[in-house]
Each structure stands twice: as structure tokens, then as C-alpha cells.
Design a protein around this ligand. Structure first.
Ligand code: 5GP
Ligand code: ZN
Length: 114
């Protein structure tokens, strides 16, 4: 837990979020600024700034949950596709410095992403 980290506060419930999934190691929630319907973020509960600073074991937990959460999104929103994205560094588009994976459901051309 990093005291001044937004996503640490979200994972503990100190800051509210729309929870999609939670277990001992990870927390998933809807992005506040949905690029498409069902846009979800998955974070490890253990703080790491970006993928470079993520211990392998933490990354293993984080990435291993992707299929399960992708399937939950598929069932809930019935998208026609899904993009998985991880930004590292400001120049790559990272704006919150707690490592996270974006799951972006796709609904065909003109869905607002890409
Ligand atoms: P990044 O740009 O770092 O890859 O992604 C950060 C994401 O966090 C952005 O898509 C942004 O909309 C989302 N975000 C920022 N602040 C909040 C918040 O307070 N709550 C939620 N649910 N998402 C947030
Ligand atoms: Zn954090």
C-alpha cells in the first residue's frame, strides 16, 4: 500500500469504485472514463509503479486473472471483441502510477476506441 496512491485506495475501498472482480491478490473495477461500455481495469493489491517494478509473482497473479475477468465482461456486455492494454510511463500514456491492465470491450467500427 502506497499512502498517496489512488489505485491502492481503490483496492482497499477507501475510494469507491464499481467492482468487477476481487480476490486475495487482485482487484478489478470499471474505469471512471469508459472508452467503451464495460472498460475495466485490473490491478494487483500490492503496489507497484509500473511493469518494470512489478515482482514476477505479482505479475503472475495479475495476468493470470485476465481470462476469467475477460469472460465475465464478455458475458455481461456481449462485445464482439476485446483489447488488452498496459501503459508504462507517461510517454506511453500512463497517468496512474500503480500498474494496471485495461480490458476494453469492442463493439465494432465506430465504438469510440482505436
Ligand atoms: P492509464 O492512463 O494510467 O493507463 O490509465 C489510468 C486509467 O484510470 C484511466 O483510463 C482513467 O480514466 C482511470 N481512472 C483515473 N482515476 C480514476 C478513478 O478515480 N476511478 C476509476 N474507476 N478510474 C480512474
Ligand atoms: Zn498503489
Amino acid at each position: 500500500m502506497s499512502n498517496d496512491c489512488l489505485f491502492c485506495k481503490i483496492s482497499t475501498g477507501e475510494i469507491p469504485s464499481a467492482k468487477v472482480y476481487e480476490d486475495e491478490h487482485v482487484y478489478a473495477f470499471l474505469d471512471i472514463s469508459q472508452v467503451t461500455k464495460g472498460h475495466t481495469l485490473i490491478i494487483p493489491k500490492q503496489h507497484a509503479k509500473d511493469i518494470y517494478e512489478t515482482p514476477a509473482e505479482v505479475a503472475q497473479h495479475l495476468f493470470s486473472r485476465v481470462p476469467k475477468i475477460a469472460n465475465a465482461i464478455k458475458e455481461a456486455y456481449q462485445p464482439v471483441g476485446l483489447n488488452i492494454l498496459n501503459n508504462n510511463g507517461e510517454d506511453a500514456g500512463q497517468s496512474v502510477f500503480h500498474v494496471h491492465i485495461h480490458l476494453i470491450p469492442r463493439y465494432g467500427k465506430g465504438d469510440g476506441f482505436g
